[in-house]
Design a protein around this ligand. Structure first.
Ligand code: DGL
Length: 268
């Protein structure tokens, strides 16, 4: 399918967390228009069943395709873990997901071939990161840990709180005991915990921020397919949410690091 390079990039997530990916995209690709979808009425996805997540994910992808996006980015690790193939199957435009991007980043970073992965329970139970890493290098050892409490702690704004530190020490204990030299932050919310996680993990562990990895991957794809926006003017950003935008707006500005314009409510 012929895509229009001036069309927006469609980014979606279960709620506010995907704004970490939007932020990285805005910094890396400052002339790209972006349409974001956050399913704030049905978040969190990280503790839902594979069937439910698949159903919600395809519904959102179809919504964004109707907006004529030139590329779909699955910013939510949980959606990517269980429904990326469903999105690939229905999309006429390229689809990128955070798990592939994070796996590529981790493989490039590791020196001792021991990688840790943290994420929501659904992401970790799906084993999607280990599978993505092993597709490129079956000899790498992958140690995973579900960290269910991190999402609510981040949304509460407890980014450097003693409770978050203790929680992180406990969650990371087993993975760090395996002497991993690379740790994938396999959830949209975890980049906000980067300073704290780096302190807990120690300076010898490289943290892979899947939002940054995704922005790099997107820049490479736009170049490869020659679909970067030729207009070097101020881009347009639109944000669609499924629940009253107030909470999205307040928390979202923390995730995005700037004001959130053009927030629209979608009534399903
Ligand atoms: N966006 C989800 C992820 O990256 C975290 C929030 C949720 O559980 O829905 O896994």
């Amino acid at each position: 399918m012929q895509v229009d390079p001036k069309s927006p990039i469609g980014v979606f997530d279960s709620g506010v967390g995907g704004l970490t990916v939007v932020r990285a995209l805005m910094e890396r690709l400052p002339f790209e228009n972006i349409v974001y979808f956050g399913d704030t009425a049905r978040v969190p996805y990280g503790v839902k069943s594979v069937e439910t997540i698949g159903h919600y994910t395809t519904q959102i992808a179809e919504f964004l395709l109707e907006k004529q996006v030139k590329l779909l980015i699955i910013a939510c690790n949980t959606m990517a873990a269980v429904a990326a193939q469903q999105v690939q199957a229905l999309s006429p435009v390229p689809v990128l997901d955070v798990i592939d991007a994070g796996a590529i980043g981790a493989l490039a970073a590791t020196r001792n071939q021991q990688i840790g992965v943290i994420g929501t329970p659904t992401t970790i139970n799906s084993d999607a990161y280990a599978q993505a890493i092993h597709r490129s290098d079956p000899n790498v050892r992958v140690y995973s840990q579900a960290c269910a409490l991190f999402v609510p702690l981040v949304e509460e704004g407890w980014l450097d709180h003693p409770v978050t530190r203790l929680t992180a020490q406990d969650y990371l204990k087993t993975v760090l005991a395996q002497e991993v030299d690379t740790l994938v932050l396999g959830c949209t919310h975890y980049p906000l915990l980067k300073p704290l996680l780096q302190e807990v993990a120690g300076p010898s562990v490289r943290l892979i921020d899947s939002a940054q990895a995704m922005a790099q991957r997107t820049a490479a794809l736009l170049k490869e397919q020659q679909i970067g926006n030729p207009n070097q003017s101020k881009p347009r950003y639109d944000f669609f949410v499924t629940d009253v935008p107030l909470r999205f707006q307040t928390i979202g500005e923390r995730f995005l690091g700037r004001a959130l314009p053009n927030v629209h409510l979608v009534k399903w």
